[in-house]
Ligand binder design. Sequence first.
Ligand code: FES
Length: 180
Amino acid sequence: MSHGPSAPARPHSPHAHHEPYAPVFTPGSARKAELDTIIARYPEKRAALLPGLWMIQQERGWISEEAMTEIAQQLDLTAAYVKGVVSFYTMYHQHPVGQHFIQVCTTSPCLCAGADDVVKAFLEHTGCKELGLTSPDGKFTVIEVECLGACGFATPVQINDDYVESVTPGKVPGILSSLK
Ligand code: FES
């Protein structure tokens, strides 16, 4: 039985060519020491999974399959378990993303206040062709997320670690130019 054609390269990956994976938690490295310190705080190694994934993302900008396997080995977990956790949280990136990662709340209260138009404005002004894809200059990725906990300030947008509240389509160009 044929298994069909192999999967295409990720369309927005700047790393389409395959480089060998360089581990994050090499023996003697600062990251390995940091991870071991966290592991030592808990009765079970798996408790260090979320901070360990965060460390990988800080180092690499995203969490590859190879990185999931690496942290799984560090914490005596399966790669499938790690992937389940990574895919549950929108804060973890499974693909390379733009320098500015833009998350727009489109849960009902914000939708009623026009969040859809805010999303459209971000896509248009960043040059991102669609949600989840990175702009050709590598600067922006736009996604929709569930409630950001700022429902009284619709539409809230999280850009990397910063919040911008009461965003309207008209404010989008100014917000983007302040990022450059
Ligand atoms: S519904 Fe948008 S922040 Fe809560």
